[in-house]
Design a protein around this ligand. Structure first.
Ligand SMILES: Cc1cc2nc3c(=O)[nH]c(=O)nc-3n(C[C@H](O)[C@H](O)[C@H](O)COP(=O)(O)O)c2cc1C
Length: 198
């Protein structure tokens, strides 16, 4: 059994998996481009089908000219807290790839799965480096496509806010109550040997 950050694992795992969580109270700290790229560096070492590496990342650091454009993609709820993040990242994935020896690109059935692995690596690296990453589905994907100039061949997967964790008192009361690492379903409900159990 492993325990960290008030979370308890049923089996031993490295503490990094329990320590990563998604806060909303951020300090608005400045972040360097090098630090952001170190998170994306971790992401690019994720595994992907055929090593196609379909993930792409568009980021804007607070205080830079692109910040307002990326913040404006988020829905009102996410904007309310993510405005204090240090960097916003949009995760994209390429929907086609060139199989070995093929003459033309074909559909990549795992582009989203692969990009999910990359985001997880990014979030873990941020956490290991003393930052926190918070994934978001609450943003306007069509607006994202036009504002960022994303070609149709790329899926818009998720937004991510990364920052330094701040005091939860800066959040509205309802969110303060939720500002803690969350629990997980019991392993017995998720892992089945041999045959699926509904
Ligand atoms: C793809 C994805 C989309 C999410 N969308 C939102 C969102 O729009 N707004 C939000 O506040 N949290 C969002 N979350 C955060 C989840 O609610 C959070 O990861 C989950 O409750 C588990 O908590 P933990 O990350 O602290 O372990 C999202 C997370 C992921 C991975």
């Amino acid at each position: 059994m492993s325990q960290s950050n008030f979370r308890v694992a049923e089996f031993p795992v490295d503490p990094q998996f329990l320590n990563r969580w998604s806060p909303r109270a951020y300090t608005g700290a400045d972040i360097s481009e090098e630090t952001v790229l170190s998170f994306i560096e971790a992401a690019r070492w994720a595994p992907s089908s055929y090593n196609a590496q379909p993930w792409r990342f568009v980021f804007a650091r607070r205080g830079t000219p692109h910040w307002d454009a990326l913040l404006g993609l988020l829905n009102e709820f996410n904007r309310s807290w993510a405005q204090n993040a240090s960097v916003l990242i949009i995760v994209l994935s390429k929907k086609t790839f060139l199989p070995p020896g093929a003459a033309a690109e074909v559909a990549a059935p795992t582009h989203s799965f692969d990009a999910g692995a990359a985001w997880a690596y990014l979030a873990l690296q941020a956490s290991l480096s003393g930052w926190h990453a918070h994934g978001m589905a609450g943003f306007d994907k069509e607006l994202t496509r036009s504002v960022l100039g994303v070609p149709e061949n790329y899926a818009i997967e998720a937004a991510v806010a990364v920052g330094k964790i701040g005091d939860k008192s800066i959040l509205p009361e309802g969110l303060q109550a939720k500002e803690a690492p969350s629990p997980r379903e019991a392993l017995v409900k998720l892992a089945f040997e041999g045959k699926f159990k509904g």
